[in-house]
Design a protein around this ligand. Sequence first.
Ligand SMILES: NCCCC(=O)O
Length: 270
Amino acid sequence: MSAGEKTGVMRPLIGITGRRFQLSVLNGADPRYGDRCIDTSMSDFATRIAEAGGLPVHLSYDTDTEAVSAWLSGVVITGGQDVHPAFWGGDTSVVRDVDPRTNPMVHDTERDAYEIALVRAAIERGIPVLGVCRGMQVLNVALGGTLVPHLADGPVSHLSAEIAPTDGTVDHVVSFAQGTIAAGLFGTETITNSWHHQAVDRCGAGVVVTGRTDDGVVESIEVPGRPVLGVQWHPEWMKSNDPALTWVVEQAVWRLAQHEPVTQEQRSPQ
Ligand SMILES: NCCCC(=O)O
């Protein structure tokens, strides 16, 4: 039974972010598409959010972040490219000038700016936010934090970029601080998958680290007093629905139940 069915309230609309890239990068794409783009998000998110009782909707870069946040009951900032260092005060000399529409793994400043604005708008409205992998890093950057640019360059043994994150039993242990959202969901520790080479470094305003690996890499962050959770692993690729994904839906259901329906005037202020 889904969270919505359990509580008898409307299923909450959960916005899911993603990428924009040219159809031509896909194998077998019809050349008549030329340089036309496609807006995508990893379908595992939509599947898992729907399983948890939410109504998943993809958020394109063209969606007005202020306006859409009035309609959403929850937001998932998903994984992907490294956030451009210009957004967090990192070394921009290392950045290659490649078009993110033709290589979906290189920096995409349009996506960065969009997601940072969305995080800020959602937090401002008290909308539950789940950040996943890059999404957790975006959360931290949106609140003024910084990132470790490359884990292999630092004093850590946490190297996981080669591991295909398909099996929740194969990767590392994450330990959680007591009294946090993460500890409420996972207990004192859990085993997660992993696919990243950057990590949260200095925390942004109000951000606290709530989970780490044994080698000290930040694996979860929160903003105490706010329904905000960032996880470095990929809950959408765990074998069964990960508590982080059910958390954002349950928070959204709770929020829907607490609030009077938003009027059309409130959603579209003149
Ligand atoms: N750091 C790899 C992220 C992969 C993805 O979410 O597309």
